[in-house]
Design a protein around this ligand. Structure first.
Ligand SMILES: Cc1cc2nc3c(=O)[nH]c(=O)nc-3n(C[C@H](O)[C@H](O)[C@H](O)COP(=O)(O)OP(=O)(O)OC[C@H]3O[C@@H](n4cnc5c(N)ncnc54)[C@H](O)[C@@H]3O)c2cc1C
Length: 427
């Protein structure tokens, strides 16, 4: 019998055990993979010019919470200005795109801005309504609706609005007009600065917690029997517990619980997340990226966005070299139909079209698939998710993290979620 256990060793699970430690308790983290980190982990690629490091997707920190900064700031970090650009119809436009339309032809600008001035107001039933009322139909249709399909894999009318928060810039007619007349617009990103460890990739930020907790790798939970408080692992081991935090994806957890009622199973089966194909590229020359990261509206290029690991930290690429990583999204609603080779070829062709690099600049093109990217807020998801969560909690299990809570949480929020769950479960 182990008093306190945590399933999943990403930042949320590790934070839950760290919370126990802060309170003079002990919790054991069981992680399926060979090391903790989850989505904050990274991988390296060897090339003729040396070693490249890539995080699993973009990962920059804009944490404000005292508890998070107290941990993250123990690793020396770089500070970056959140400056991004958008690739659209053969042009680079600064971000956010509606505030930076200066390079567009006059007639296009007139139509787009007139649409904003005439934006309808009324009931908001879905994300499409929200976009049209925020930006007017022409701007909404030209940029955010296109991006929504690339990033969320659903048309905007099938998405809810609860996830938006500070993530999408509201349209302000004065800002839009200013950006139509001049290129000299202020940075309107939702965070003032973005932080990234100087060494060791993004996971370095969670390393101080990893060092202080007990993590048992190579333990994939395959059954969670809540009535007998027993977890069985794929390697044949079992553990009995008193208190548990789970950071496993909520629908996965339900699949592991034999006593889940049919109605809960039915709700859980409707929850889905995007799958991310990561295309990571090493270049034999210095910085090829226009900015730290960029968005791609062109539908011919499958990637929704790209970013430069070598810009985040010099230690991510050998001297004189640089790197880019691209994210291509799919889901059960819009399955990936391209082969890995086709995804790579499309991205390399995209580099050429965007004027960033040609074949001779490339050292390697690497592919990796993340089965869980962003949880999708399709219409009515929150109610179904809340029912599932309530049932799991009725079984004495606290959920934590992006996939445990099934919410759009950044790393700092996932850590806060783990701290909260650790407090609730372990006292
Ligand atoms: C594309 C993308 C970009 C992002 N960019 C940023 C960013 O710029 N800034 C930022 O702050 N955040 C960013 N995030 C969010 C951040 O990655 C998450 O908030 C955070 O990593 C989630 O941590 P977690 O512990 O909740 O989940 P995870 O990291 O997924 O951890 C879950 C763990 O559970 C383990 N596990 C799964 N099944 C089992 C099982 N059966 N048994 C045992 N273990 C199991 C997994 O191996 C994993 O280690 C991004 C996320 C994505 C997808």
């Amino acid at each position: 019998m182990i008093d306190n256990i945590v399933l999943g060793g990403g930042i949320a699970g590790v934070a839950a055990a760290y919370q126990a430690k802060q309170r003079g308790k002990h919790a054991v983290v069981y992680e399926a993979r060979e090391r903790p980190g989850g989505l904050l982990d990274n991988f390296t690629v060897q090339s003729e010019r040396g070693e490249f490091r890539f995080d699993t997707a973009v990962h920059l920190s804009f944490a404000e919470e005292r508890e998070v900064r107290e941990v993250f700031d123990r690793s020396p970090y770089n500070t970056h200005e959140p400056e991004a650009v958008n690739w659209d119809r053969d042009l680079w436009l600064r971000h956010p795109v509606q505030n930076n339309m200066h390079p567009l032809p006059t007639q296009e600008k007139v139509e787009l801005i007139a649409g904003l001035a005439e934006a309808p107001q009324g009931e908001i039933r879905n994300y499409r309504d929200w976009l049209v009322q925020q930006y007017g139909e022409p701007i909404a249709a030209r940029w955010p609706m296109v991006y929504t399909e690339k990033y969320w894999t659903l048309p905007a009318e099938q998405l809810g609005t609860d996830w938006i928060g500070q993530r999408v810039r509201r349209a302000d007619l004065r800002e839009v007009l200013t950006g139509a007349f001049t290129e000299d617009t202020p940075n309107a990103f939702y965070a003032r600065e973005m932080r990234y460890p100087k060494e060791g990739g993004y996971r370095a930020f969670m390393e101080p917690m990893v060092k202080e907790v007990e993590i048992v790798p190579g333990h994939r939970a395959v059954e969670v029997d809540a009535p007998s408080r027993t977890v069985r692992f794929a390697n044949g081991q079992t553990v009995q517990y008193r208190n548990m935090v789970s950071s496993l994806p909520l629908p996965v957890l339900i699949g592991l619980m034999p006593n889940a009622p049919d109605a809960v199973r039915a709700d859980a089966e409707t929850l889905f997340a995007t799958v991310v194909d990561l295309i990571s590229i090493g270049f034999n020359r210095p910085q090829v990226s226009p900015t730290l990261w960029f968005y791609i509206y062109d539908r011919e290029i499958l990637a929704a966005r790209g970013y430069a690991p070598s810009w985040k930290a010099e230690s991510n690429a050998p001297p004189g070299c640089s790197s880019l990583q691209f994210e291509i999204y799919s889901s059960v609603k819009q399955p990936q139909t391209h082969s890995v080779e086709a995804l790579k070829a499309n991205t390399v062709e995209g580099l050429r079209r965007m004027g960033l690099a040609v074949e001779q600049d490339l050292l390697f093109v690497h592919h990796m698939r993340l089965p869980y990217g962003n949880v999708v807020f399709d219409l009515g998801m929150e109610a179904r998710r809340d029912r599932v969560r309530a049932w799991v909690e009725s079984q004495g299990i606290q959920v934590a993290g992006r996939f445990g809570e099934w919410a759009y949480l950044w790393s700092n929020q996932s850590m806060m979620s783990g701290l909260r769950a650790g407090e609730a479960a372990f006292g």
